[in-house]
Design a protein around this ligand. Structure first.
Ligand SMILES: Cc1ncc(C[n+]2csc(CCOP(=O)(O)OP(=O)(O)O)c2C)c(N)n1
Ligand code: SF4
Length: 291
């Protein structure tokens, strides 16, 4: 008699911990989408690790019934690198905010893309530092008034998707957390991707950017045009640095060996080049003076 395997449902990834996010925070949509996307992928919770830094969005691992780390500010990706290299058999997801990922953690973002690390990075981009009460972030549009830029942000902002595509990520997408169905679809593809999958989810902060951020994002949202060539870096870059519109979908997707593939290949070559392991006796003798 064969045992019936019950598939995982979105509810299986929920924990008893109640999110402490403000009512209406965009991160609720991202969390719901992650439950559903993991269920679509049928990832076993005990074979999955969700890793974050520090911020409102970085509280997310506590709400997911997989293994998880809530690490230090800006350090989700180094932890994810270590976990994936030590245990390539696990599914590794890094999550966090735009301050965490692109200001203090910007260096790690560049190198995770470059290495084509085999993890999924889900970024909750609210164009602000939420947890620390509304300071400007690298993604805050130039000229915007925030708690730390009272007379307007003097800095130009950067587009995370543009950076990811430019420095070597092999899957790059943009979603809006107000469209949960669309976010699930993109997140599921990002989770399934082999290599560094980066999903920038525009996720409103209703407290420090105002409820209007929902309206603004919604009004600017457009699907990528039919026939967009996602294998072309030049084509994908046309949908970055947008100001009046916000194109949603898979911007870029190519196949390339991941860091884990390259490490495995080096390991195989290194082992093959060592024809015979020296015995303990031979090692000890090699240190003794020749008489
Ligand atoms: C080393 C270090 N520097 C600064 C902080 C303070 N800090 C905590 S969260 C945060 C920014 C949070 O913004 P973001 O990462 O965008 O996440 P959000 O809260 O908006 O989700 C900062 C500056 C810290 N905890 N550790
Ligand atoms: S401060 Fe902003 S980002 Fe933080 S929980 Fe509230 S709405 Fe969300």
């Amino acid at each position: 008699m064969s045992a019936t395997v019950t598939p995982f449902t979105a509810g299986d990834y929920r924990t008893d911990l109640k999110p402490v996010w403000c009512a209406g925070c965009g991160d609720f949509g991202v969390l719901t989408a992650l439950y559903r996307a993991m269920a679509e992928q049928q990832w076993k919770p005990w074979e999955t690790v969700v890793i974050s830094g520090i911020g409102c969005s970085s509280r997310l691992p506590g709400y997911v019934s997989t293994y998880g780390f809530n690490t230090v500010h800006g350090r989700a990706l180094p932890l994810a690198t270590g976990v994936k290299v030590a245990r390539p058999d696990l599914h590794v997801v890094a999550v966090g905010g735009d301050g965490d990922g692109f200001a203090i953690g910007g260096n790690h973002f560049l190198h995770s893309c470059r290495r084509n690390l085999d993890v999924t990075y889900i970024l909750m981009d609210n164009e602000i530092y939420g947890l620390t009460k509304g300071q400007s972030a690298p993604t805050t549009p130039s000229g915007d008034k925030t708690k730390s830029t009272y007379y307007g942000n003097p800095e130009p902002s950067f587009d995370p998707c543009e950076v990811a595509i430019s420095v070597g990520a092999t899957w790059v997408g943009r979603a809006f957390s107000g469209d949960v169905k669309g976010t699930v679809e993109l997140m599921s593809k990002a989770l399934a991707h082999h290599g560094f999958g980066f999903l920038n989810v525009m996720s409103p902060c209703v407290t420090w950017r105002g409820e209007d951020q929902f309206k603004t994002f919604k009004a600017k949202s457009r699907p990528l045009p039919e026939g967009h060539d996602k294998t072309s870096r030049a084509a994908a870059l046309q949908f970055t640095r947008e100001t009046e519109i916000m194109s949603l979908g898979v911007l870029y997707e190519v196949k390339a060996p991941s860091l884990i593939d390259r490490l495995a290949e080096i390991q195989t070559r290194a082992r093959a080049s060592r024809t015979k392991e020296p015995t303990t006796d031979e090692i000890v003798r090699s240190f003794l003076p020749k008489l």
